[in-house]
Design a protein around this ligand. Structure first.
Ligand code: MG
Length: 218
């Protein structure tokens, strides 16, 4: 079982499900040539995909095109179903820095065949995750900068203000499909700039007010 903590507190959560939003930033939808979705694009990663700050990414030998996607992570603190947007932020216990690592070649192959592509998203080490910052310490999480460097070169630099669905809208929509429980994590999508990572790369992600995450590729 994987535990996550809230910084500067004794609060610890066993991770439940990791629910991820795809296509939540227009500039990223455009860079991959995807359609703008009416309904949120939602998929899950297993808790076993998490690695902590300082960890090593293992790219599986069946892929030659692993991409980084920097994302704001929400840690859910309360149980809720069909949560109204107006109450949604009360369900967030903390905010973290996450990477939604993606085997783009495998995803494209499965997508092309009309098959589910979760194995391109949920492989071991595909979810590097920082410690969480208590929600009350993050002012206006719908307008904070997120930035990712690979080997000191900036690859992604965006703001959660560019999200097509706000955090409140994401929680309302996701909780229609899945009951949210303490320890669940939601990844909120990635801005433009995704690219291939390779053995030896050093990744450094930073989200304003939230914190940072440093991992490397084995
Ligand atoms: Mg993503």
């Amino acid at each position: 079982m994987h535990q996550v903590n809230i910084k500067d507190s004794d609060k610890s959560f066993s991770v439940g499900k990791i629910i991820c939003l795809g296509r939540n930033y227009l500039d990223h939808i455009r860079e991959l040539g995807n359609q703008v979705p009416d309904r949120a694009v939602i998929f899950c990663k297993p808790a076993s995909s998490i690695i902590a700050d300082g960890g090593k990414i293992q790219i599986p030998d069946y892929s030659d095109d692993c991409h980084h996607e920097l994302e704001l992570a929400l840690l859910i603190g309360n149980t809720g179903k069909n949560i109204p947007e107006a109450d949604a932020l009360q369900y967030v216990a903390g905010y973290g820095v996450a990477l939604d690592l993606t085997l783009r070649d495998l995803q494209a192959e499965l997508k092309g065949k009309g098959l589910p592509w979760e194995i391109a998203k949920g492989f071991d080490t595909s979810c590097p995750l920082s410690a969480f910052t208590a929600a009350e310490q993050v002012k206006n999480p719908n307008n904070i900068r997120l930035m990712l460097k690979v080997n000191d070169e900036v690859r992604q630099d965006g703001s959660t203000a560019q999200m097509m669905r706000s955090i409140e809208q994401i929680i309302a929509e996701v909780s229609k499909y899945y009951r949210l429980e303490p320890g669940d994590i939601i990844l909120t999508g990635t801005p433009a700039g995704v690219s291939r990572i390779k053995s030896g790369d050093q990744l450094y992600g930073e989200i304003e007010q939230v914190g940072s995450l440093r991992v490397s590729v084995a």
